[in-house]
Design a protein around this ligand. Structure first.
Ligand SMILES: Nc1nc2c(c(=O)[nH]1)N[C@H]1C(S)=C(S)[C@@H](COP(=O)(O)OP(=O)(O)OC[C@H]3O[C@@H](n4cnc5c(=O)[nH]c(N)nc54)[C@H](O)[C@@H]3O)O[C@H]1N2
Ligand SMILES: Nc1nc2c(c(=O)[nH]1)N[C@H]1C(S)=C(S)[C@@H](COP(=O)(O)OP(=O)(O)OC[C@H]3O[C@@H](n4cnc5c(=O)[nH]c(N)nc54)[C@H](O)[C@@H]3O)O[C@H]1N2
Ligand SMILES: [Mo]
Length: 710
C-alpha cells in the first residue's frame, strides 16, 4: 500500500501497488536518505518476539540493520525482557533462567501472571504444587495462580524493591542466607572502601606489581589478599576470606578503611525492617516474615518475574534487589533453583559484530544509558522521536519497521506524533492497518505465522522442552500477496546491495547456515514437522563450575559498573509517586495482560471482540461505591499527564488503592481516529529508569470518574 495523501491527513489514501514497484520505492528512498544524512539516519524497528511470531525473523531483521550499518533499532525490550534477560547480567552474567520446576521446593511468581501470559509454565507450576512445592505470588492483584498460591503478597505497584530489600534483611538477620554459597560463589567477601564506596583494588593495598583485582581480608593471616580472577579464588590458597567486618589497611603512606560487600549489603538492607516494609508496600509484616522463613527452609527456591517488576522508573534497582535476594538463597544454578537448561545452539546470524565501533557510538541513547539496551543497539521510541523531531544529536530520516504498534504500546512523549509525520520515509511491514500505520509512506503485507515456516530452537520450560527444535511448517498458503518478514528482509537486503551478506539474497542457504552448529539441515527438520529433540549435555551447575559471566566470575552483590552511571552498586530503593488520599490523584494505576489479547493485537478480530468488547478497568468495589460507579459503567482514568476511558470491572482481586487496566486499545473499525481508549496516553514517557530506559507503565497515580452505564 502506497500513501497518496499528505502526511497528517485523516485518510492516508493507501493505494495498492505491485511488490516490484514497492520494493523499488523502498530501496530508492532508503539509499537516497542514507546518502544525504548517513546510515544512522535510517532507523529500524521490530515488534516484540515475546508476543508475536516475529520471533521467527528476529535475527534476520537485526542482521539487515547491522549489515546496512545502522546503529538504531527500536524494540520494546526496556519494558519487556530487559529486566528478565539482560539486567540480571549485572548480578550473575546471564538472564534469570528458568525454575527447575521438577525439583523446586518453592516458586516465587513475582509480578508475573502466567495464567494470562504463559500457559506451559502454569502446567509445570501446578504439578510442582501438587508434588508439595509452595507457590508464592507477589502481585497487587490476586489473579491467576495467586488465587491458589500458598501465599499471596498484595504489594503496592512499584514498591517491590522495598519488599525485596526487606526480605534480604530478614534472610541475613535470621540466618536464612546461604553463607556457604556466598563464600564460594559470590563477591560477598570483596572489600569496599569506606571513603568512595568503590571496590578496594589490589594495587591500592597489596603493594607494587598488583592490578585492579578485588581484595579480600584473610582471617588467618589478618591481612589483605588479592582475588585471582583466573582461578576465582584468593591468590593465596591458604587464605580464609572474612565475610563480615571492617578493616583498616595501610595504603602507601595512608590508611584506608574498608568493609566487606556483605557488610555493606547488610547495612543497606537494615533500613528495611518488616514494619517499615509494611508501611511502604502494604504487605503485612507477618507475611513478609513468613516468606523470608520459607525462602530459607522450603527446599530449593526458584522464581520467575516479568513485566510486573520491569515497567517502573526504578526498574533497574528493583531488579537488582530481587536478584540479590535470590543470590542470598544460594539456589542459583543448582537443582530445584533457577537454572539454565541446554538449548540447541544456532549460528548467531544477527551479526551485531558487523556494526563498527564508530557506528555503535552513534546509537541513540547510548551516552545517557551505556549499561542499558543501547549497548546492544536497541533504542527507545522516545529517543527516536526526539532525534527525528529535533535533529539532536543528528537527524533521523527514515524508519523501517517490522510490525509494532508504538502509537499504543509506548507511553506518551513530547515528540511522538510530530516525529512520525516528519519522517521522510516510513516503511511498515504489517498484518493489519493499525494506528501506527497512519503516517506510513509504504506498507508491506506480512504473512502471518500460519502462512510460512518458522524455526524455533528450544521451548524453555524444562530440559526436554528446551532441547526441542522445530521448523514449523506453514499450515495455509500465504493469503493474497503477503510475504514472510524473512523473505522481505532478504529481498530488501539484495536490492540494497547487501546480497553477499545475505547468502546471495536467498533465505534457504541462510536457514542452513543458521542450523549448522546443530548438525541438522533444513531437510532433516522438514522431515520431522513436529520437531525433534537434540541430545544435549545437562547444563545445570555449569556456571558454578566454570564461573559466572561477570567481571569477577562470581555472582556480584556489588555491581561495580553501576557506579559509572551514578547508581549505587548495592541495591537501593526508588519509591514510586505516592497517591494522596483526598487529593487529585488518590489511587495507584497499573496494568496487566489478559488472555484475549496480545498488547494492541486482536482488536480487529470480531470473535475476540465479541468475547471482550471493551477495555476493562479493574477497580475495587470500595472505590466504586465511593464514586457511585457500577460494574460495566464507562469510566475515565486521569493521571497528572493524561487520561483514557474504559469500562469498570468491580473486583476485590485488586488492592483497594489500585486501579488495574488493560492497555493497547483502539478502534479497529476506524484505526486512524483516536477513541481515547489507550492506557499509555496517560503515562508520562519522559519518566524512565536511568539505566535501562524502562517506563513507569505500572506505577502512576490516578483518579477515576464514572459516566454511568453506556
Ligand atoms: N501500558 C503498557 N504498555 C505496554 C506493556 C504493558 O504491559 N503495559 N507491555 C509492553 C511490552 S511487554 C511489550 S513486548 C510491548 C509490545 O509492543 P509492540 O511490539 O508494539 O506489540 P503489539 O502491540 O503487539 O504490536 C504488534 C504489531 O505487530 C504486528 N505483527 C504481529 N505479528 C507480526 C509478524 O509476524 N510480522 C509483522 N511484520 N508484524 C506482525 C501486529 O499486527 C501488531 O500490529 O508493549 C509494551 N507496552
Ligand atoms: N495473553 C497474552 N500473553 C502474553 C502477552 C500478551 O500481550 N497477551 N505478551 C507476552 C509478552 S511480550 C510479555 S512481556 C509477557 C508478560 O507476562 P507477564 O509479566 O505475566 O504479564 P502481565 O500480566 O502484564 O503482568 C504480570 C502481573 O504483574 C502484575 N503487576 C502490575 N503491577 C505490578 C507491580 O508493581 N508489582 C508487581 N509485583 N506486580 C505487578 C499484574 O497485576 C499482573 O498480574 O507475556 C507474554 N504473553
Ligand atoms: Mo513483552
Amino acid at each position: 500500500l502506497l500513501r497518496t495523501a499528505p502526511k497528517g491527513s485523516a485518510d492516508p489514501g493507501f493505494t495498492p501497488i505491485s511488490w516490484s514497484e514497492a520494493l523499488d520505492i523502498a530501496t530508492r528512498r532508503i539509499r537516497e536518505l542514507a546518502a544525504a544524512d548517513g546510515r544512522q539516519a535510517i532507523a529500524f524497528a521490530v515488534t516484540t518476539p515475546s508476543g508475536t511470531a516475529i520471533a521467527d525473523s528476529f535475527a534476520w531483521i537485526h542482521r539487515l540493520a547491522h549489515a546496512f550499518g545502522s546503529p538504531n533499532l527500536v524494540f520494546a525490550t526496556e519494558n519487556c525482557n530487559w529486566h528478565k534477560d539482560f539486567s540480571p547480567m549485572l548480578t550473575w552474567g546471564a538472564g534469570i533462567g528458568m525454575p527447575d520446576f521438577d525439583r523446586t521446593g518453592l516458586i516465587l511468581l513475582w509480578g508475573f501472571n502466567p495464567t494470562a501470559t504463559w500457559l506451559s509454565q502454569v502446567e509445570r507450576i501446578k504439578a510442582a504444587q501438587r508434588r508439595g512445592a509452595k507457590v508464592v505470588a507477589i502481585d497487587p492483584r490476586r489473579q491467576g495462580l495467586a488465587r491458589s498460591a500458598n501465599l499471596w503478597l498484595g504489594v503496592r505497584p512499584g514498591t517491590d524493591g522495598a519488599l525485596a530489600l526487606g526480605l534480604c534483611h530478614l534472610l541475613i538477620e535470621r540466618g536464612g542466607a546461604d553463607m556457604g554459597f556466598l563464600r564460594q560463589y559470590t563477591d560477598a567477601a570483596f572489600l569496599v572502601r569506606q571513603d568512595d564506596g568503590a571496590l578496594l583494588k589490589a594495587a591500592d593495598v597489596c603493594g607494587p606489581g598488583y592490578d585492579d583485582a578485588p581484595v579480600i581480608w584473610d582471617e588467618i593471616r589478618g591481612g589483605p589478599v588479592p582475588y585471582d580472577r583466573a582461578t576465582r579464588l584468593p591468590a593465596d590458597a591458604g587464605a580464609r576470606p572474612a565475610l563480615v567486618g571492617r578493616f583498616d589497611l595501610p595504603a602507601g603512606a595512608s590508611i584506608v578503611s574498608a568493609s566487606t560487600v556483605f557488610d555493606r549489603l547488610r547495612d543497606q538492607c537494615a533500613a528495611f525492617p518488616p514494619e517499615r516494609v509494611q508501611s511502604l508496600t502494604g504487605v503485612p509484616a507477618d507475611q513478609i516474615i513468613q516468606l523470608a522463613d520459607w525462602l530459607a527452609s522450603s527446599g530449593p527456591a526458584s522464581f520467575f518475574t516479568w513485566t510486573g517488576t520491569a515497567q517502573h522508573a526504578g526498574a533497574t534497582q528493583m531488579a537488582r534487589a530481587i536478584h540479590v535476594l535470590y543470590a542470598l538463597t544460594g539456589c542459583l544454578d543448582a537443582p530445584g533453583g533457577n537454572v539454565w537448561f541446554a538449548r540447541p545452539l544456532l549460528e548467531d546470524v544477527a551479526r551485531f559484530d558487523w556494526v563498527t565501533p564508530e557506528t555503535r557510538a552513534l546509537t541513540l541513547g547510548l551516552g545517557e544509558r551505556p549499561l542499558g539496551p543501547p549497548q546492544r543497539g536497541w533504542i527507545t521510541t522516545r529517543d527516536l522521536s526526539r532525534a527525528i523531531a529535533t535533529e539532536v544529536p543528528y537527524p533521523v530520516r527514515a524508519l523501517v519497521s517490522f510490525g509494532g504498534d508504538f502509537a499504543l504500546t509506548k507511553p506518551k512523549t513530547a515528540h511522538a506524533q510530530e516525529a512520525l509525520r516528519k519522517l521522510d520515509f516510513f516503511l511498515m511491514t504489517e498484518l493489519f492497518l493499525t494506528p501506527s500505520c497512519q503516517e506510513a509512506d509504504l506498507i508491506f503485507p506480512a504473512a502471518s505465522c500460519w502462512e510460512r515456516e518458522g524455526l524455533q530452537p528450544g521451548f524453555m520450560v524444562d530440559a526436554a522442552a528446551e532441547a526441542w527444535i522445530q521448523l514449523r511448517p506453514a499450515v495455509v498458503p500465504a493469503v493474497g500477496e503477503s510475504r514472510s518478514d524473512t523473505a522481505i528482509v532478504f529481498e530488501l537486503a539484495r536490492r540494497l546491495g547487501l546480497a553477499d551478506r545475505f547468502f546471495g539474497g536467498d533465505p534457504e542457504p541462510g536457514l542452513a547456515a543458521m542450523l549448522k552448529p546443530t548438525g541438522l539441515s533444513p531437510t532433516d527438520l522438514r522431515r520431522e514437522p513436529r520437531g525433534l529433540r537434540q541430545a544435549l549435555p545437562d547444563a545445570i551447575g555449569a556456571r558454578r563450575q566454570n564461573g559466572f559471566a561477570t567481571d569477577s566470575g562470581r555472582v556480584e552483590l556489588f555491581a561495580a559498573s553501576l557506579a559509572t552511571v551514578g547508581e549505587d552498586p548495592i541495591p537501593t530503593y526508588r519509591p514510586p509517586p505516592e497517591p494522596v488520599p483526598g487529593g487529585d490523584y488518590p489511587l495507584r494505576l497499573t496494568c496487566a495482560k489478559w488472555p484475549q489479547f496480545r498488547h494492541s493485537q486482536e482488536r480487529q478480530s470480531a470473535s475476540i471482540r465479541a468475547a471482550m468488547p471493551h477495555p476493562l478497568v479493574q477497580i475495587h468495589p470500595s472505590n466504586a461505591a465511593a464514586r457511585g460507579i457500577a460494574d460495566g459503567d464507562r469510566i475515565t482514568v486521569h493521571t497528572p499527564t493524561g487520561s483514557f476511558t474504559g469500562r469498570a470491572e468491580l473486583s476485590s482481586a485488586v488492592l483497594p488503592e489500585v486501579v488495574c487496566a488493560q492497555y493497547g486499545w483502539w478502534d479497529a473499525e476506524a484505526p486512524f481516529t483516536d477513541p481515547g481508549l489507550s492506557f499509555n496516553a496517560a503515562i508520562d514517557g519522559e519518566d524512565f529508569d536511568a539505566v535501562s530506559g524502562s517506563n513507569a507503565l505500572r506505577s502512576a497515580v490516578c483518579n477515576i470518574d464514572g459516566h454511568g452505564s453506556p
